[in-house]
Design a protein around this ligand. Structure first.
Ligand SMILES: Cc1ncc(COP(=O)(O)O)c(C=O)c1O
Length: 462
């Protein structure tokens, strides 16, 4: 911790004209030159890059954990809606000596020396995020999706303020008012839900609740809502009732980047997201906002709710943003949805009740009760067959709790299997295998091994 006091700390919005510009320019020149030299010399492993042999020699216990987890990820079918396989380039940035660097503050205004190189990483990440999502301001320091939401609340709210968000039994996240979370403890949350018959958001009911409760902020976003959200409708309700609109799009952020889902950026005051779901970046969070809120958001992240930024993760976010800006990522994002639609239809044909009758996104929730299996048993049978997914509360079910103690449905997503190169044909096969595993009729484990064996997540490193 450097010898500065909190009051003497200067934070500036990331990406603004920094103090010490000549140093920054020199650092940029040196970085460019080094990359050119490394390309010329065909460098594959710079000093400090991950050395698995060193880990294996020094700590076989943990090396074994790494190997076993790699095998688990490639030997089974990964259908957890919040997971994905990041590229080797993202992993290279994550496992780099940037992890060694302390960097409290923002580029050009740090409280530690020697930040001129990592400042470049953060400036690049911020500029790429702004360009990718068309945002006026981006903060890429949040350590997680929850930290991003915490910072958004810290920037806009005071303890005790009323906030409207999706209730947890209907698909809200813990940070949307769970009594077990800071959000439920520090704010007065009122939960809106989905229509009991259709499973769709009822915007008239949300408007009526907002008129009644007059919240300081309205939160849209969910962990399990499979349909696109009408951000314009939420904006209209927020405007009518004088509330800030916070979009927590942790799940669809990658679809938004790939232009496969509508963007909340033109509508929300603050957009919070994770970088590690469909977006296929490192585990972490990010915040986008209007320019007028930039300073408040930056201060809410640091120094209010976080300390030093994780510069290796920020560099990895920059890599992921560049990947997501490529045409191939748009193709990927659209394929994720095509796969989810195919899978939802095929699961319905297997006899599961698919919530809302389908999906617009990467995410499907379904009731296994029509097959005579409760969700927890379903998850166990599927896990035994090598199919990994989550259980979740289903809207209208009794009485789902914040701690998810009463899961009543399964939640699955197609981000990871699409990264592996699977298409609609494989989705039909997966649905058949899920049906067979739930009915306990067939050698599903062997069939899953055969399927995933054709789609290794890291084919060139095998
Ligand atoms: C809507 C939503 N908000 C916030 C989060 C929290 O993200 P993290 O687990 O990175 O804290 C999630 C994670 O699933 C989410 O779906």
């Amino acid at each position: 911790m450097p010898a500065t006091t909190a009051s003497s700390r200067r934070t500036s919005a990331a990406g603004r004209a920094p103090a010490g510009e000549p140093r920054a320019a020199a650092a940029a020149r040196s970085v460019e030159q080094r990359a050119q030299e490394a390309a010329r010399d065909e460098v594959t492993r710079p000093p400090g890059a991950p050395d698995f042999a060193a880990l294996l020699g020094q700590d076989p216990e943990i090396a074994g954990v790494l190997l076993a987890e790699s095998a688990r990820q490639s030997d089974g079918l990964q259908l957890i809606a919040a997971e994905n396989f990041v590229s080797p380039a993202v992993l290279a940035a994550l496992g780099s000596p940037l992890s060694n660097k302390y960097a409290e503050g923002y580029p050009g205004a740090r409280h530690h020396g020697g930040c001129e190189i990592v400042d470049l990483a953060e400036r690049i990440a911020v500029e790429r995020a702004k360009a990718l999502f068309g945002a006026e301001h981006a903060n890429v320091q949040s350590h997680s999706g929850s930290s991003a939401v915490l910072a958004a609340y810290a920037a806009l709210l005071r303890p005790g303020d009323t906030v409207l968000a999706m209730s947890l039994p209907h698909g809200g996240h813990l940070t949307h008012g769970s009594p077990a979370n800071f959000s439920g403890r520090w704010f007065d949350f009122a939960g809106y839900g989905v229509d009991g018959d259709t499973g769709l958001l009822d915007y008239d009911a949300i408007r009526a609740l907002a008129r009644e409760r007059r919240p300081k902020a309205l939160v849209c976003g969910s962990i399990s809502y499979p349909r696109h959200i009408d951000y314009a409708a939420f904006r209209d309700i927020a405007d009518e009732t004088g509330a800030y609109l916070i979009a927590d799009v942790a799940h669809p952020m990658g679809l938004i980047a790939g232009r496969a889902a509508p963007s909340p950026v033109p509508y929300a005051d603050v957009v919070c997201a994770t970088t590690h779901k469909v977006l296929r970046g490192p585990r972490g969070g990010m915040i986008l906002c209007r320019g007028r809120l930039a300073e408040r958001i930056d201060r809410a992240v640091f120094p209010f709710t976080q300390g030093g930024a994780q510069m290796n993760a920020i560099a990895a976010k920059a890599v992921a943003f560049a990947e997501a800006a490529r045409p191939a990522f748009r193709t990927y994002a659209h394929q994720v949805i095509a796969n989810a639609r195919a899978l939802a239809g095929a699961l319905a044909a297997e006899g599961l009740r698919v919530t809302t009758g389908g999906t617009d996104t990467h995410l499907i929730t379904a009731d296994t009760a029509p097959l005579g299996v409760d969700a927890r048993t379903a998850r166990g049978r599927l896990a035994a067959a090598g199919i990994v997914l989550d259980t979740c509360a289903l809207p209208g079910a009794e009485p789902a709790t914040a701690s998810r103690a009463c899961p009543t449905g399964i939640r699955l997503g197609t981000a990871a299997v699409t990264t592996q190169g699977m298409g609609e044909a494989e989705m039909h096969r997966i649905a058949e295998l899920i049906g067979a595993a739930l009915r306990e009729d067939g050698a599903v484990r062997a069939a899953i091994a055969g399927l995933v064996g054709r789609f290794p997540p890291y084919p060139d490193q095998g």
